[in-house]
Write a new protein. Sequence first.
Length: 301
Amino acid sequence: MGGKNSKPEAEKIIDGKAIAATIREEIKVEVAELKAKYGKAPGLAVVIVGNRPDSQTYVRMKRKACDEAGIVSFHKEMPEDCSEEDVLQVVRDFNADPDCHGILVQLPLPKHMNEEKVLAEISLEKDVDGFHPLNIGKLSMKGHEPLFMPCTPKGCIVLLERSGVDLKGKNAVVVGRSNIVGMPAALMLMKKDCTVTVVHSRTKDPADICRRADVIIAAAGSAHMVKKNWIKKGAVIIDVGTNSVPDATKKSGFRLTGDVDYDEAIKRADMITPVPGGVGPMTIAMLLSNTLDSGRRSIAN
């Protein structure tokens, strides 16, 4: 990873789409083996409240991915004005269903519901999103392993490993400290023996800290925040950001861009993920992977 930087740009791109496709094929094979041996496949339940277009799109993608992998898909759509108790009851029903091995409540929930309370209702053994306080707690403890890790940060680590990056002893910087990506990513990097620094909105001179990093995971939700002069030659960059920026050349009037100034960063980095096509496809692949793990634990026992 050192100072060498003679790679052509095309070779520097970490292709999340291709890596995710390989993982989904591997999962499909393992699901078929489970089915052949035990006559049962893993099952994933998705609960969606209301009809936000972005949430509907995610849910459609998840169902399609389940179908392709041979994972049984349970689906519960609920009206925007249903009560929190209605949602809790649906979660309890899926907790009690032996054919369901993973439960995912699509966020955000309507304003009148307590997200934390709803997520805490999901059984620890079915928390394939990896956000149960006990799973996050185990992630933060040395010598303990959670049943599940959150899908997006887990996808970041798998991208690094499958791209041949040896993380042991590396300086890693995580930009952003959200509960969904930044914090769990920092904990996972620590478990991989990295020396980890978290840069956030109150950090003094974030550019100076990033310049010392062998690995940067950018997850601040701020378009092009990480500039070329933040990056040391030969660093590896995972860009989790998905920001909409105006673009008159697009039919939609905007395009998606990451937290890293990609066009400049690729000149200095040894490897980098594009946006879109980097971390995004990995999130669903990791959800399927977590569901397979849960199904295997339950079905084999």
